[in-house]
Write a protein that binds this ligand. Structure first.
Ligand code: SF4
Length: 330
């Protein structure tokens, strides 16, 4: 078994930037990095991040477009049918509300706006409605990158949304194929891969990452990180479980700031040229160590995550600048 101490970090950086896929024993050793060597891992990761993205950080903002009425049973999710979380419940917002959300994203310095719907997958009427919203947002804010997260999505549905002006569809793999049945029984990991393939086949950008801290093992994080690489995912959000009262994972406490940072480094080193985004749970799980994330990630959400609050845009921008990075401009 390879230990972190055995690794030549300069060689790893060179290999990664040359396009090589890290061997799994090396990736495992990176994830197993001793806490006192984490600064070295972060410094190596920063070299890769800077080569691909400089010191820019892209701000993204979510809109909970349909809340709390999902028929699926994802155990981490406050909006699932088995959740008893005290959250807002409403059907698909009007086109005007969704356009307002885009306006708010622009006002908050976001470069990407993602409309998220709690649903297994969209009906044709949802696609028509969301398509109209996309057309309106495209016309009013042509510079804004437009993403949707709408559950299991067919190829014709993806085609229709692309025609309406959407550029990205988010559909997270969440964890490994092996661990997936532990967190959801109403659809499979392979169902999720099929959606990603439909999105790519429609000519859209793929956005898919995961959640760490759900009770998975190192191998599950490695499997997920390799899956994002092999599926050539364009944009990879990493969520750090924020346990929500009323969900089956309410009592789960698995993460430390160090674990979160090592995972972010792993995803960057396996996906050197993809966007890697710090997503839900960064505030709770990293606290004052959030600035170190920017050595791995080049993108971040502001103003919260669907049903949990998060750091607002201005303090997040201050965080970025104090850490020596710069907010990506439109
Ligand atoms: S499919 Fe999405 S909205 Fe529905 S329960 Fe799972 S994570 Fe929540």
């Amino acid at each position: 078994m390879i230990q972190f101490e055995d690794l030549d970090l300069d060689q790893i950086v060179a290999d990664v930037l040359a396009g090589a896929e890290l061997a799994r024993p090396i990736a495992r050793a990176l994830l197993d990095c001793p806490d006192d060597r984490l600064p070295d891992l972060l410094a190596a990761t920063l070299k890769v991040r800077e080569a691909a993205f400089g010191r820019r950080v892209k701000i993204c903002m979510l809109r909970n477009a349909q809340s709390g009425i999902c028929p699926e049973d994802c155990s981490y999710c406050s909006q699932s049918r088995i959740s008893k979380a005290d959250i807002a419940v409403y059907k698909l917002q009007s086109v005007a509300q969704l356009v307002d959300g885009a306006r708010s994203a622009v006002d908050n310095g976001a470069r990407r706006y993602c409309m998220v719907c709690s649903m297994r997958g969209p009906r044709d009427s949802d696609i028509e409605h969301l398509g109209e919203a996309c057309e309106r947002v495209r016309a009013e804010f042509p510079q804004l990158e437009l993403c949707l997260s709408i559950g299991l999505t067919s190829r014709p549905q993806a085609d229709a949304l692309k025609d309406a002006g959407a550029g990205w569809i988010n559909h997270n793999l969440n964890t490994s194929r092996r661990f997936y049945p532990q967190i959801c029984s109403t659809h499979t990991w392979d169902d999720r891969v099929a959606t990603i393939e439909n999105v790519r086949a429609a000519g859209m950008n793929t956005c898919s990452g995961g959640i760490i801290g759900m009770g998975e093992e190192d191998d599950d994080i490695l499997d997920l990180a390799y899956a994002t690489r092999r599926l050539a995912i364009d944009s990879v959000p990493i969520n750090f479980l924020h346990p929500i009262k009323g969900t089956p994972l309410a009592a789960m406490r698995q993460l430390s700031p160090e674990r979160c940072l090592k995972t972010a480094c792993l995803f960057r080193l396996l996906n050197p040229f993809s966007e890697i985004r710090a997503a839900g749970g960064r505030e709770l799980n990293l606290g004052v160590r959030q600035p170190e994330l920017f050595k791995a990630v080049n993108s971040i959400f502001v103003n919260g995550y669907l049903t949990t609050p998060g750091l607002a845009s201005v303090p997040t921008q201050e965080l970025i600048e104090r850490a020596g990075f710069e907010v990506e401009q439109g």
